[in-house]
Design a protein around this ligand. Structure first.
Ligand code: TRP
Ligand code: ZN
Ligand code: CA
Length: 441
């Protein structure tokens, strides 16, 4: 019986010829092979003048359409046509998705940047509608324009990200996130599971601004905190109505979410004015949902920093600079006897040196020697004890052995820690053993 634990580093990204290999003997393998230096492409500084130019167009659209850009009103569709025109000209593949709400047709605009790994999507979005009371320039022309200008910067840079980039502008958020719910609900679950991250930008130019980072996912929270740390700007966790925007339906569907928010109708405290400037005792946005949410209702510095943070997050999350290269294998080749019609047995693998969470398509390689594999129920157990069913028993599957690679959506699990393969034989007469199993990060 072997008691080795082996760890291999197959740096598939740079090809088999250059692959490194390291075998460690012992119980706690560590990822010791140096990762190849990721060729980080620095995120660009987004010109705030360009973002403001989009805001002035949105203001003109509202002015020409009864003063708003609300769902079901002509100012909404005109806003959508403006954004779509810019994206089409920049080489995006755009799609308009129609839905009905409160007796009016609503529209989402989805834009895909061609290329990247379609199984790993980084999506960023903003709601495009205003309330009926006003033009909605901070809420949410700011998120709309910042996201649009970053999408255009992707095109200008000719960015070829490792992951696939998608952008979304949602309708009818102000009626209860109708457009984003419609988008998420109409995505097949296989497509949903390919979205590694959804980043939301709803109000990023508040006139008396704060810098609030969503804390829904640790890795996505970190990328924004890292950006603001480089600028020497303190951040706080977003708490002003958690889940009050388009990230909520994504989060409910299991997609990791993040984002930035500069504050709405809550009051800035003295401590917040101390760290961010502005006026204590006043709302972050005193014109929130009012007719005065015009192009004058914007703090240019907040808009500039917020837009730059969108670029930073997208560049870093999509070009593989914050995630290790793929292909680190953690394997346990120790044999574990599976008792006939007995209790479950486990075999452990210790994962270390992997930043952040496990992948959404974690590869679980299983090699079990058995005389009737239908007897076997197989689960993957994450470090925190969560289980993922890999295989059910079957009275009719009389074949020998389980030699298979399963995929588990483990994106909500921290990668590092002790993972277990749990195997139970639920029917009598046939027996076998776990020969080896492995996880590929
Ligand atoms: N979604 C709200 C709106 O459009 C604004 C808002 C309030 C918000 N609290 C938030 C957005 C927290 C993001 C995060 O009216
Ligand atoms: Zn909003
Ligand atoms: Ca059996």
């Amino acid at each position: 019986m072997s008691t080795r634990l082996t760890l291999r580093h197959a740096l598939t990204a740079i090809g088999a010829a250059a692959a490194l290999s390291a075998a460690l003997v012992g119980a706690s393998p560590a990822a010791t092979a140096a990762a190849p230096a990721a060729t980080a492409v620095a995120a660009p500084d987004i010109p705030v003048a360009n973002v403001k130019a989009h805001l002035s167009q949105l203001q003109s659209i509202a002015t020409a359409n009864s003063g708003n850009r609300a769902h079901g009103r002509p100012g909404y569709k005109a806003s959508l046509d403006y954004v779509k025109g810019k994206l089409d000209a920049a080489g995006y593949t755009t799609t308009i998705q129609q839905f009905t709400s409160s007796g009016a047709t609503g529209y989402n605009l989805i834009a895909d940047w061609p290329g990247g790994d379609a199984n790993h999507v980084v999506m960023s979005g903003a709601h495009l509608d205003s309330v009926t009371a006003g033009p909605g320039i901070n809420d949410n022309g700011s998120g709309t324009a910042g996201t649009l200008e970053v999408a255009l910067a992707v095109s200008r840079a000719g960015l070829q990200p490792t992951k696939h980039l998608r952008f979304g502008w949602f309708g009818a958020e102000e009626l209860g996130m109708i457009g984003s719910k419609y988008y998420v609900n109409n995505l097949p679950s296989t497509e949903r599971s390919k979205i590694d991250a959804y980043l939301n930008f709803d109000m990023i130019g508040s006139p008396n601004p704060g810098y609030f980072v969503y804390d829904d996912n640790a890795a996505l929270e970190k990328v924004f905190k890292d950006f603001f740390a480089t600028k020497g700007i303190p951040t706080e966790i977003e708490t002003e109505g958690d889940g009050r925007s388009d990230h909520a339906p994504f989060k409910s569907a299991g997609v990791p979410v993040g984002g930035l928010f500069s504050g709405a109708d809550y009051t800035k405290t003295a401590a917040q004015a101390q760290k961010w400037g502005g006026t204590a005792g006043q709302a972050f946005d005193a014109c929130y949902h009012r007719s005065c949410d015009t192009s004058a209702n914007i703090n240019d510095t907040a808009l500039d920093n917020g837009s730059d943070s969108i670029a930073y997050a997208i560049w870093n999350l999509s070009t593989g600079t914050t995630t290790p290269p793929t292909g680190t294998v953690f394997e346990n080749t120790a044999d574990v006897t599976i008792p006939d019609a007995g209790a479950a047995v486990t075999s452990s693998v210790t994962v270390s040196g992997i930043a952040g969470n496990a992948p959404s398509a974690l590869q679980v390689g299983v090699n079990i020697v058995h005389t009737y594999r239908g007897d076997l129920v197989i689960d993957l157990v994450a470090p925190d004890g969560s289980t993922y069913r890999l295989k059910n028993s079957s009275g009719s599957d009389s074949a020998d052995n389980v030699i298979a690679t399963y995929t588990a959506n483990a994106s909500s699990e921290v990668a590092n820690g002790v993972w277990k393969l749990k195997v139970q034989d639920v029917a009598s007469a046939d027996t076998g053993y776990i020969n080896s199993w492995k996880l590929t990060f």
